[in-house]
Design a protein around this ligand. Structure first.
Ligand code: MLT
Length: 311
């Protein structure tokens, strides 16, 4: 039986590739190069991607042998799951692999906002030393609002509760008891906005969550709010957030994600009270290793379940 082809179209750690190579023919392509991707996928039984490959109807139309798509990471917003369904292709992600890394980045950004760390670093680099220009605030005693209580939201609750914050959460898919067990008081979205000093977003980007935090919601926010988004751009409306940051309703925002990445035209980039980072949530050695390995193991299971691997 010929070895099945696994096409890897985004970076994957070498040891994860070796795991695949032990049982399959591994081919590489650049998922950002559409022409090459569409040609390469023709022989593939499984396609492994991160976030750099758009897997849509056109890809499925060029992939007659494709049985599965594995997203090494959490967000499936670059994979058209309905089109995959229609093409009889299974889709899987690695939902646990990044949670700790994203939660740790969230905590880092929250502290960076509270203590003006990036501006202070620039200040010292410029040769200045005005310590009183950077008076911050403690997180202890303040109220944290967690929007989305999935794997990442829960890791954030655990970590920021240890900073002695009062923790609220809103997630319509989590029962109140479960929310309390996770360490957060369940509240409505309106209450979350009105009571939080620090709001952090941990939702997937879907038709339901796109624009969830817009002009109306930001008008409900507690004045002086700090907002952190390490989930997905587009959940917080960028124009509305830019207006709220300009008029001071939102004091500061740390954004690891943007509606369009890279965010060349975002109204947020020029604002001094925005701390932007380039989608670094999963950017740790540990998260990359876990996601790569889990993705490789899932790809092998997909092939095995379709009878495509030698026993
Ligand atoms: C994820 O969805 O896994 C993270 O946002 C990181 C990524 O997109 O690669």
């Amino acid at each position: 039986m010929p070895r099945p082809v696994v096409l890897v179209s985004d970076p994957l750690p070498d040891d994860a590739l070796d795991l695949l190579r032990a049982a399959c023919e591994v081919r590489r392509t650049d998922g950002g190069d559409r022409t090459r991707l569409l040609a390469a996928v023709a022989d593939a039984s499984v396609l492994v991607v991160r976030s750099g490959t758009r897997v849509d109807r056109e890809v499925f139309a060029h992939a007659p042998l494709l049985k599965g798509v594995v997203r090494a990471g959490v967000g499936l917003d670059n994979v058209d799951t309905a089109a995959a369904d229609g093409a009889g292709v299974s889709v899987a992600n690695t939902p646990a692999a990044n949670a700790v890394s994203v939660a740790e980045l969230t905590v880092g950004l929250a502290v960076a906002l509270a203590r003006h760390i990036p501006e202070a670093a620039q200040h010292v680099r410029r040769g200045e030393w005005n310590r009183s220009a950077f008076k911050g605030g403690e997180l202890a005693g303040r109220t944290l609002g967690v929007l989305g209580l999935g794997r990442i939201g829960r890791q954030v609750v655990r970590r920021l509760a240890a900073f002695d914050m009062t923790v609220l959460a809103h997630d319509p898919y989590v029962a109140d008891d479960d929310c309390r067990r996770a360490g957060a008081e369940p509240v409505t979205l309106g209450e979350l906005l009105a009571r939080s000093d620090l709001l952090t977003v941990h939702l997937p980007r879907t038709a339901e969550t796109e624009g969830l935090i817009g002009e109306r919601e930001l008008a409900l926010a507690k004045p002086g709010l700090h907002l952190v988004n390490t989930a997905r751009g587009g959940i917080v409306d960028e124009d509305a957030l830019a207006r709220a940051l300009k008029d001071g309703r939102v004091a500061a925002a740390a954004l690891d994600v943007f509606a369009v990445e890279p965010p060349r035209d975002s109204p947020l980039l020029g604002l001094p009270n925005v701390l932007p980072t380039p989608h670094l949530g999963a950017g740790t050695a540990e998260a990359q290793h876990r996601a790569g390995h889990e993705a490789a193991r899932i790809a092998l299971r997909m092939l095995e379940s379709r009878g495509l691997l030698e026993a």
